[in-house]
Design a protein around this ligand. Structure first.
Ligand SMILES: NC(=O)c1ccc[n+]([C@@H]2O[C@H](COP(=O)([O-])OP(=O)(O)OC[C@H]3O[C@@H](n4cnc5c(N)ncnc54)[C@H](O)[C@@H]3O)[C@@H](O)[C@H]2O)c1
Length: 380
């Protein structure tokens, strides 16, 4: 075994041991106790989550942390209802040390999730971390080992798990009402382009991983197992003026094969005309099809009438309020989050597979290849 893998192993074992010792809640909360909450990362999503938090009476925001002062100030404006005024920190480790937090929301960039979420979990603080888990297999394995061993909550920001349309449709499929799943199809298409840091694969992974991981996670939830392999093509059709070294795609077509010859075909396109935009996730089964966001079941001819299972999902952000309410409830009741680690791990690794299959990183070019699940080398 190489020196590098021995030291990596020691790190992971060390980190897991620390988690076992430390990953118990700092205090048991009663029904009327406020959950002392801190934020790490107060960019666009962090502030959106802060707005949602202010409507959940169980939370008391006590501190915020970001590398940029101005973003913390904007978050404090959102959190003006809390007295005393939440404290600001530039260093999240200092915040974890000085504040008696029960819970923390991590909304840093994709590549900075594990770096923040692991120390949060290690000190016995409940963790809500935005998706995906992180952008490398090694860091996903580190988070997975720790999250599996702690007694606190590790919830991931895959909000579709909190949307009735997805919950009821997937339950309908799992109950076997339509027979076996035969094919999966999806698309997510937008008028706008990929912007800002999402273009930088070193921060976001790739656009498919950073954003379409929501849909990979949803199909992993449907299938309840990882895919066997992935093939993909990606392209950057509208390059920015100053592209980063590894610039993310704005168009991709990604295909997975799951056990049982179930194929998942997916397109993720930016810069589209309005007519071609939107989010579609269709599950084909032996006896009919299910449109997940629309909450519709369409039996095959002669096998029944179309059925609306519940209200359709409002938009891509549906579920954000209920996931944050859920986070408070899970903390208080000790329940397992609906957006669970195991499905998120498969969804995140599918995001990585897509990136590996469409982009030749050493040669910095769009080139496709088959990536098998075992090629990821995940040790969890
Ligand atoms: N669930 C969803 O629907 C949804 C929607 C949008 C974004 N997101 C996710 O939310 C996350 C954040 O996205 P964003 O658009 O807000 O990004 P952003 O770049 O606007 O904000 C990230 C913030 O994290 C801060 N940060 C980075 N490292 C830090 C550290 N060590 N300590 C403290 N702060 C640190 C940055 O300074 C920045 O302000 C991403 O993972 C993204 O994928 C999820």
């Amino acid at each position: 075994m190489s020196e590098q893998s021995v030291s990596r192993r020691r790190f992971i074992q060390g980190a897991s041991a620390a988690a076992l010792a430390l990953g118990t809640p700092r205090r048991i909360l009663g029904a009327n106790d406020k959950i002392s909450l801190g934020f790490i990362g107060t960019g666009g999503r962090g502030r959106r989550l802060a707005t949602v938090v202010t409507h959940v009476p169980d939370f008391q925001v006590v501190s915020v942390c970001d590398l940029v002062e101005d973003r913390m100030d904007q978050t404090l404006e959102i959190c003006e209802q809390y007295k005393p005024t939440p404290k600001k920190y530039l260093d999240f480790r200092e915040m974890l040390e000085k504040e008696k937090l029960d819970a923390c929301i991590v909304a840093t960039e994709e590549a900075n999730h594990a770096k923040c979420a692991i120390p949060v979990m290690e000190v016995g603080v409940h963790c809500f971390c935005e998706k995906p888990i992180d952008i490398t297999v090694e860091k996903i394995d580190q988070v997975t080992r720790i999250a599996r061993s702690i007694k606190t909550i590790y919830q991931i920001g895959f909000q579709r798990h909190y949307v009735p349309a997805f919950q009821q449709c997937i339950q309908h499929i799992h109950d076997g009402k339509l027979g076996k799943v035969t094919f999966l199809q999806g698309m997510w298409q937008w008028e706008g382009g990929v912007g800002g840091r999402y273009l930088d694969m070193d921060l976001s992974g790739c656009w498919f991983l950073a954003q379409a991981c929501h849909h990979a996670d949803t199909m992993a939830w449907v299938m309840q197992q990882p895919p066997l392999q992935c093939e993909a093509m990606g392209a950057l059709t509208e390059p920015p003026a100053n592209p980063p070294e590894h610039c993310a795609e704005d168009h991709s077509a990604v295909t997975f094969r799951f056990p049982g010859d179930v194929i998942f075909s997916y397109t993720h396109l930016m810069n589209c005309c309005k007519k071609f935009t939107g989010e579609k996730l269709w599950v084909y089964c032996e006896k009919g099809g299910v449109d997940l966001p629309e909450a519709m079941v369409y039996p095959r001819s002669g096998m029944g009438e179309p059925q609306q299972l519940t209200e359709r999902a409002a938009d891509w952000d549906a579920g954000t309020s209920t996931e944050i309410e859920g986070f408070a409830r899970h903390i208080k009741n000790g329940e397992k989050p609906l957006a669970d680690l195991e499905t998120a791990r498969i969804g995140t690794l599918m995001g990585i597979m897509g990136g590996m299959a469409m982009y030749d990183r050493p040669n910095r070019k769009w080139d496709s290849r088959i990536v098998k699940w075992e090629d990821l080398g995940s040790t969890t």
